[in-house]
Write a protein that binds this ligand. Structure first.
Ligand SMILES: Cc1ncc(COP(=O)(O)O)c(C=O)c1O
Length: 372
């Protein structure tokens, strides 16, 4: 545990409970980025092939994290929204097609689908029943549904759907299935082959502890050709190093979704962060985080007037605990906590605490003491 704490030298007066927003970087990530900056400053890109090896390592790490069949299914993009846009504008929509999302989605997984209205694509918004979210989503699908796009864990309420069951429904009904996994990748095991999803999108900066602006975009091999391309450049062709020829073919792999120069800075940071999570093992990360959530729930329940809005059952929750207090409205409570260095968010109708596996118990104890 000591070695884990050394990876997170957060200031001791800070109670950081905001991993569902933007996570602090582990020390090794800060070191990798500092080292990369120093190398750029003193040697420029002299050792570019070494940087490319880090890029390959990152693709392999992401393949492992998702249990993808091959790194050919992994593209590196800027953020979750970019991946969702590649899907939204890559599918050959027919008038009357529908897309199913939920009424709790973060705006990136709503706005992009709303933008397709002028193509005659209908958006069906499933009203999530927090106790049976999976049923709400499946029941919202009909014969016109071409795509289901949902968050693995809802950003405000922390509600978690059963991805495997939804995947089965989608596969049986020839519906494409997209998972915005930003609120679970890094803390819950994910197996795209078992779930049977077609797309996964997630930026690095939450539970995966990476920098902002570098994201994974998983596209199942069998559907790569179903997306028409919206961005072109030197990097998305089969032989990107061959600048002399006028001939080009689109890359067969998901690299076709990466139009130009890679975000090498983000790649170095993201890979360092994932190396920590994969060394510990996602199952262990999940167990350690769930112990923190147990403690947090116990501390909150021991206070008068607290209502927990997020799911409390182990198999229905991830890293998000959202609550209200009878004694104080949530906006004011959030502001008061922030002033006292409890870094948290106002989301989903309450105050959202989101610790990570390494969060010291003392942080949870002290932060909850500050709730009136
Ligand atoms: C569910 C969900 N999707 C997406 C995002 C962010 O999207 P992007 O990576 O495009 O900034 C967030 C950020 O809070 C989120 O909670």
């Amino acid at each position: 545990m000591d070695s884990i704490q050394q990876e997170f030298p957060l200031e001791s007066n800070l109670y950081y409970l905001n991993h569902a927003a933007v996570a602090p970087w582990p020390k090794r990530t800060a070191d990798a980025i500092a080292q990369f900056a120093h190398e750029n400053c003193t040697q420029g890109a002299t050792h570019y092939p070494k940087w490319m090896r880090v890029e390959h390592v990152l693709r392999r790490q992401l393949k492992t994290l998702l249990n993808a069949a091959s790194t050919d299914e992994i593209a590196l993009q800027k953020n979750t929204s970019e991946g969702l846009s590649a899907i939204a504008y890559g599918i050959d929509w027919k008038q009357g097609d529908s897309i199913v999302i939920t009424d709790q989605e973060f705006p990136s997984n709503r706005i992009v689908w709303e933008s397709l209205a002028n193509k005659g694509v209908r958006l069906i918004t499933a009203k999530l029943d927090n106790d049976t979210p999976t049923d709400s989503i499946i029941q919202a699908c009909d014969e016109s549904t071409r795509l289901v796009s949902i968050s693995s864990v809802q950003y405000g309420t922390g509600v978690r759907a059963d991805l495997k069951q939804i995947g089965q429904h989608c596969n049986q009904h020839n519906i494409l299935f997209c998972v915005d996994a930003i609120q679970s990748l890094g803390i819950l095991p994910m197996d795209v082959q078992d779930i049977g999803c077609d797309f996964v999108v997630a930026d690095a900066h939450k539970w995966m502890l990476g920098p902002e602006g570098i994201a994974v975009f998983y596209v199942k091999k069998s559907v790569i050709n179903q997306l028409s391309l919206q961005q072109y450049g030197w990097h998305m062709i089969e032989n990107p190093g061959n600048y002399d020829t006028q001939e080009w073919d689109v890359a067969k792999s998901a690299r076709r979704f990466e139009c130009g120069s890679p975000n090498m800075l983000g790649i170095h940071g993201f890979s360092a962060s994932l190396s920590l999570l994969l060394e510990i093992g996602i199952d262990n990360v999940e167990n350690m985080l769930q112990n923190k959530i147990d403690l947090l729930l116990e501390l909150l329940r021991s206070k008068d007037g607290i209502s927990i809005l997020s799911p409390t059952e182990k198999d229905q929750r991830a890293g998000i605990v959202t609550f209200t207090s009878d004694k104080i409205d949530s906006v004011t409570l959030h502001q008061q906590l922030m002033k006292q260095n409890v870094i948290c968010a106002y989301r989903g109708g309450g105050v959202r605490f989101s610790p990570h596996f390494y969060t010291p118990d003392g942080v949870l104890v002290n932060a909850t003491k500050l709730i009136p």
